[in-house]
Design a protein around this ligand. Structure first.
Ligand code: Q46
Ligand code: ZN
Ligand code: ZN
Length: 299
């Protein structure tokens, strides 16, 4: 297997691009893909202050590294979820990454700062932990971005993640989620802009990027992920991709090019009808927001 660019020994082959890369050209490939996504979807410029939501996993650390390399003004925010050893370790990887590169990291702990953890939230609500977890992350990343004066929140969702979410949304024909599924969600009253610069990158490429760049990350899966629907959708898409490389990218980018605008109105409508939470001020359909309710129940 030879690098497509220099014909040196390759460390990864990417079937959907019909290409293999050596370490240096893998880094160049990742930079190029991120640069293209940022420009194509007009995510941000070097004038924007960017906050990367870091989990300690490969995607978010690689994203932070890539954005710094591309010359953007970017700090990190780590949210401790209180999922036992998994969260403790994830926090350590994140802190070490930032310290080694002298990057600025903000840290929030659900337990000490808000009085509950994700396992406690799951027990109190009798619902899947990922529901409470996703809700808390969306709320807190947005809230801190606004409070700390950042223009944009960037998350490490990659092509595999986004295609799996799209499959779930299509299977249920959830029009308001479909309307909001886009690599850029513009800012609105009470909302910072949200962007997904890794939308063109596959999971394997991100893992290889971390190895090549010497980024130590949390390799364990979250123990609460077992059996969630999202993982099932990823497996199905991987099976499809195996049979016909490029399916995932065709599914995702076809949607963005030809499907998204048909659902755009539904996504925007829901946002327009929000009012400030009576407890924390975050936008909510009515009264107290879902995060404040969750906090009340779980703490
Ligand atoms: S961290 Fe949270 Fe994930 Fe763990 S509880 Fe579910 S959502 S699986 S990305
Ligand atoms: Zn090469
Ligand atoms: Zn609230």
């Amino acid at each position: 297997m030879k690098c497509r660019v220099c014909r040196g020994p390759a460390v990864i082959d990417i079937r959907r691009h019909n290409a293999a890369f050596c370490p240096d050209h893998l880094v160049a490939h990742c930079e190029e893909q991120v640069r293209r996504a940022v420009h194509e979807y007009e995510m941000f410029t070097t004038d924007d202050r960017i906050l990367v939501a870091v989990s300690g996993g490969k995607d978010s650390l690689a994203l932070w590294d890539l954005l710094v390399r591309l010359g953007y003004d970017v700090d990190g925010l780590y949210l401790g979820l209180g999922i036992g050893e998994y969260s403790d370790e994830s926090g350590l990887y994140t802190v070490a990454f930032a310290a080694d590169r002298s990057l600025k990291l903000h840290q929030v702990e659900l337990g000490t700062d808000f009085g509950f953890t994700i396992p406690a939230a799951a027990a109190a609500t009798h619902r899947s932990p990922c529901g409470s977890c996703g809700l808390s992350k969306r709320h807190l990343f947005n809230r801190h971005a606004i409070e700390l004066g950042y223009d944009v929140v960037a998350t490490g969702h990659n092509l595999d993640d986004e295609a799996a979410v799209l499959l779930g949304n299509v299977l249920r024909w959830d029009v308001s989620f479909l309307g909001r599924q886009h690599p850029v969600l513009p800012a609105a009253e009470g909302f910072a802009r949200k962007v997904k610069p890794l939308v063109r990158m596959g999971e394997r490429e991100m893992a290889a990027y971390c190895v090549v760049r010497g980024i130590d990350y949390q390799v364990e899966e979250c123990p609460m992920a077992a059996g969630n629907r999202h993982l099932g959708y990823k497996e199905i898409l991987n099976a499809l991709e195996d049979r016909s490389p490029g399916s995932k990218a065709a599914f995702m980018f076809g949607y963005l090019a030809r499907g998204h605008e048909r659902f755009h109105a539904e996504g925007a409508e829901e946002r327009a009808e929000l009012e400030p939470c009576t407890s924390c001020g975050a936008p909510t359909p009515k009264g107290v927001c879902a995060f404040c309710k969750l906090r009340e129940r779980a703490s």
